[in-house]
Design a protein around this ligand. Structure first.
Ligand code: UDX
Ligand code: UDX
Length: 427
């Protein structure tokens, strides 16, 4: 079967490479011609573990192709995956311009029965709108992705479930055919209608965002009552109804999905007349958390950041990615610069992206360069490189020994025994 994938961002690239790995013939297209040139050379413009090898292998074996010609990709393929960006508008609603432009291309170029598969996260109702708008012999399917950046290949190849929202038996059969390698592995499929699949994606991301925000709020409360949030998270996680995942306190969630999807769902709810109170509060509480993190650091500097040197470890929105979209670490760096601090930083892969946003930061070669002459060092992203720092060496090169552990990685007593003033969340 021949598949077209429109949009070669984080999701489109992973989807194209993995479907080719399933043995399908896949053409990935993008309006960004430069990106296509780079991809045809087998180079990946994003950091995603394992992706480069997968793309190179499938390019070589002739199942994966890259092209700028969106029209031909629509004409020549039975199934078209839509994986273009769906960023936020300033009011939090979903910016549908890229999806709309793809729908226009399909309306102009569809030359026979097509299955259009929305993998990008799109507002509820988009699929039904798209089928009406395209007004041709097409079926529209919602097949939302649950890929975590840094683990996207694994998440695609070993999903815990596949959601298919479709209205025609033919489209459902085609989707099952595409996912045969998974189907044979007994991966659970949830086959439902389009709106249900679209809302399921938002429900999952919103619930995960809510769960993270909940433990962040508990962490804040711990500081008022002298409780330990790590122990609480452990004890909560041992209840199978709660589960231990996504109970790690920190400066709040970031990335290109949770912030965007939670705000889009609040917006969509309002649009249809429902006041989604719990999600609105989650969005607000998450915004507050990164501000609390910045204040933690300023308070650790006795309330005065002006003229002080602060080193930040990690700038991406989470480990194993170069993605800095909505990164709490970058927000905190900006706040400290606004307060007049001199900010140094190191990140294993995200510094090139960060430099475009915050050139004022002095970017270092490693964690020890960051610690050099710093009054405070902030662990902002739990990259493995930062989990076993040579703390004696760090303490020797710092001006003051303030350690702000925004991901609760270290042991308080250990740091205090080395003479650090140790600040973290709720412990
Ligand atoms: C996207 C959506 O943003 C997200 O909501 C969804 O959950 C997954 O898909 P991502 O892959 O990270 O996430 O998008 P992005 O990194 O912005 O890449 C989108 C790609 O589509 C870009 O390369 C862009 O050039 C391309 N594009 C955009 C097209 O090919 N055609 C268009 O009309 C518009
Ligand atoms: C998320 C969803 O996990 C994925 O299913 C969906 O398809 C896309 O959005 P992603 O945004 O790549 O994936 O990152 P994820 O690993 O979920 O982390 C999201 C944010 O939450 C990060 O900023 C991370 O640091 C934060 N987080 C995660 C916490 O603060 N605490 C946790 O316990 C877990």
């Amino acid at each position: 079967m021949h598949i077209g994938v429109i949009g070669t961002g984080y999701v489109g690239l992973v989807t194209g490479a993995c479907l080719a790995e399933f043995g399908l013939d896949v053409t990935c297209v993008d309006i960004d011609g430069e990106k296509i040139e780079v991809l045809n050379k087998g180079t990946i413009p994003i950091f995603e573990p394992g992706l480069e090898d997968l793309v190179k292998k499938n390019l070589k074996e002739g199942r994966l192709h890259f092209s700028k010609d969106v029209a031909s990709a629509i004409k020549n393929n039975l199934v078209i995956f839509v994986t273009v960006g769906t960023p936020s508008n300033s009011d939090g609603s979903c910016d549908m311009r890229y999806v709309k432009s793809v729908a226009e291309m399909i309306r102009e170029n569809a030359n026979g029965y097509k299955v259009i598969v929305n993998k990008s996260t799109v507002p509820v109702g988009t699929g039904r709108w798209m089928r009406k708008f395209v007004a041709k012999d097409v079926d529209v399917v919602s097949n939302p992705e649950f890929l975590r950046e840094g683990a996207a290949i694994t998440d695609f190849m070993y999903p815990e479930r596949v959601i298919v929202g479709a209205e025609s038996e033919q489209a459902i059969a085609i989707m099952k055919d595409i996912y045969t390698p998974l189907y044979l592995k007994e991966t659970p499929f949830v086959i439902t209608n389009i709106e249900t699949a679209e809302l399921t994606k938002y429900a999952c991301n919103s619930y995960l965002a809510l769960k993270i925000t909940f433990i962040n709020e508990i962490a804040n409360l711990c500081e008022y009552v002298g409780a330990n949030v790590d122990d609480i998270a452990k004890a909560m996680g041992l209840d199978s109804r709660i589960g231990s995942k996504f109970l790690h306190a920190g400066p709040g969630y970031g990335g290109s999905c949770f912030p965007k999807d939670t705000e889009a769902l609040v917006n969509k709810s309002k649009e249809v007349g429902y006041d989604f109170l719990l999600l609105k509060t989650t969005v607000e509480a998450n915004k507050r958390q990164r501000e609390i993190a910045a204040k933690k650091i300023i308070n650790a500097l006795d309330g005065e950041a002006k003229g002080r040197v602060v080193g930040i470890l990690g700038l991406s929105f989470k480990p194993n990615t170069d993605d800095i979209r909505e990164s709490p670490a970058l927000y905190i760096a900006k706040r400290l610069i606004e307060e007049g601090a001199k900010v140094k930083a190191f990140d294993p892969v995200a510094m090139d992206n960060a430099r475009l946003i915050l050139p004022q930061i002095s970017y270092e070669k490693n964690a020890y360069g960051v610690a050099e002459k710093a009054d405070a060092i902030v662990l902002a992203v739990e990259w493995n490189q930062f989990r076993r720092l040579d703390l004696v060496r760090i303490s020797k090169v710092m001006e003051k020994k303030i350690f702000v552990d925004l991901k609760n990685v270290y042991d308080k007593k250990q740091l205090q025994s080395l003479g650090f003033k140790y600040i973290a969340w709720g412990k």
